[in-house]
Design a protein around this ligand. Structure first.
Ligand SMILES: *Cc1c(COP(=O)(O)O)cnc(C)c1O
Length: 437
């Protein structure tokens, strides 16, 4: 599908050129528009709620760097912090106070984190948390859920084989069977399956890794009792619960959210928002578990650019800007968008549409009913999503170029942008109702 009004001539040229030097023309696969068709739009700049492409077209950005840019683009406070830090030096490879200043902010906001370590990405945060959990428990098995994305480290790039308690099959070439053999994959929101797994393997399970709200298979909230049940099962068997809050941390409120579901996590992973747009990840939690990490303990984990001063300054500035008023605004804006798109879909006669929403995480779902797990999420009508995506692009709204991702609202969106999103939505649902043309 190559819809009119897709990428303009400059984006097309840039993509052709990028494809000669970069694999697939991109540095992260979903950016390549493979799931929606057409040529990816290349961005030149962003400010507030908007991004501008190379052809000078403006879009309201509902990807927001996959949620990282919760305050909007080029936030003045973050830019100031970055400028100040950068004139003092870009990297030391030695300690600077900016690291503990951001750490203290995180510890103050996140009750389950007493000590932490900074890394450069969410992938590294989860990979390192799993290593710490294995080192601490001296066990090797881990449990994850279908459709849960925890970065691209080997052991976590696995989905289910089929059925209960089967060892996982890797999603990616290049991942040794010997590594995913230690990863169990279960359906999200299926606590009885976790209980059965623990009955058989409980004494060998080091950790359960879970997204408190699944945000990488559309938007799937946890069923009542799911997260607290995981917490209980882990505690009873001496396994650790790792709450992967790389998306949800500081997105739904200041701090993390697994605690709101009655779940106590032993380790928490963060990323995206806590870097203010620069590459940062963090893992932290119980002091006895974190004490197993080098140099205090035997679990090795390091980083040349970890705790980078510019990234730390950006993160602190972002957290300082995330006031209760920002979260109230995010909630109002998100509700307005969700309500109007839901109404517009109904008005267009589309009944297989739902919009699962948790705060400023929106799921745009063309399918039988809002998904409760990965299998249901996969029933999405991809062609309809692609039609909606391209209609919105044409009308100046940039959605995730994949039907399985979360649509992220930013605090920079005001009433004029909401009106633009509504107008684009009406055009999008009309395009979808018109069928694949
Ligand atoms: C994005 C994401 C990651 C990986 O973070 P990167 O910075 O892309 O490596 C891990 N876990 C979750 C839940 C994520 O959404």
């Amino acid at each position: 599908m190559t819809p009119a009004g897709g990428a303009g001539p400059r984006s097309r040229r840039a993509f052709r050129r990028a494809s000669r030097s970069l694999v697939g023309g991109v540095d992260s696969p979903v950016r390549a528009f493979g799931a929606v068709g057409g040529t990816p739009v290349f961005f030149a700049r962003g400010r507030g709620a908007f991004v501008w492409d190379l052809d000078g077209r403006r879009y309201v950005d509902l990807v927001a760097s996959w949620g990282a840019i919760v305050l909007g683009h080029a936030h003045p406070g973050i830019q100031r912090a970055v400028r100040t830090a950068s004139v003092r030096g870009l990297s030391f490879g030695a300690p600077s106070p900016l690291e503990h200043e951001l750490a203290e902010r995180l510890i103050a906001a996140v009750p389950s984190i007493e000590r932490l370590r900074f890394v450069n990405s969410g992938t590294e945060a989860v990979m390192s948390a799993v290593r710490a959990a294995r080192g601490f428990t001296r066990r090797e098995k881990i449990v994850k859920f279908e459709g849960g994305y925890h970065g691209h480290s080997d052991g976590l790039l696995a989905r289910a084989g089929s059925g209960l308690a089967t060892a996982a099959v890797a999603d990616s070439a290049g991942v040794p069977r010997s590594i995913v053999r230690d990863t169990f994959v279960l359906p999200y929101n299926d606590l009885p399956a976790v209980r059965r797994l623990f009955e058989r393997w409980g004494e060998r399970i080091a950790a359960v890794v879970v997204e408190p709200v699944a945000g990488n298979m559309n938007v799937v909230p946890p069923a009542p009792g799911f997260l607290s049940g995981l917490s209980r099962l882990c505690r009873a068997s001496g396994a650790l619960l790792i709450a992967d809050e790389v998306i949800t941390g500081f997105r739904l409120r200041r701090g993390v959210i697994h605690t709101e579901y009655g779940a106590r996590a032993d380790l928490v992973t963060l990323g995206k928002i806590i870097g203010g747009g620069l590459p940062v990840g963090a893992y932290g939690g119980r002091p006895d578990v974190m004490a197993t990490v080098a140099p205090e303990g035997p679990v090795y984990q390091a980083g040349t650019l970890a705790g980078n001063p510019v990234a730390m300054a950006a993160g602190s500035a972002a957290l300082d800007a995330l006031t209760p008023a920002v979260y109230r605004r995010l909630e109002r804006t998100s509700r307005a968008i969700a309500d109007s798109w839901t109404r517009e879909a109904r008005d267009a006669g589309i009944d297989d549409f739902s919009l699962p929403r948790v705060g400023s995480m929106l799921g745009v779902y063309f399918g039988p009913a809002a998904p409760r797990d990965y299998r249901e999420a996969l029933r999405v009508d991809r062609a309809r999503y692609a039609a909606f995506f391209h209609a919105l692009l044409e009308h100046g709204v940039y959605l995730p170029p994949s039907p399985l991702e979360t649509t992220f609202v930013t605090a920079a969106i005001g009433s004029r942008e909401i009106a633009a999103i509504q107008g684009a939505g009406a055009a999008g649902f009309a395009a979808v109702a018109g069928g694949p043309g």
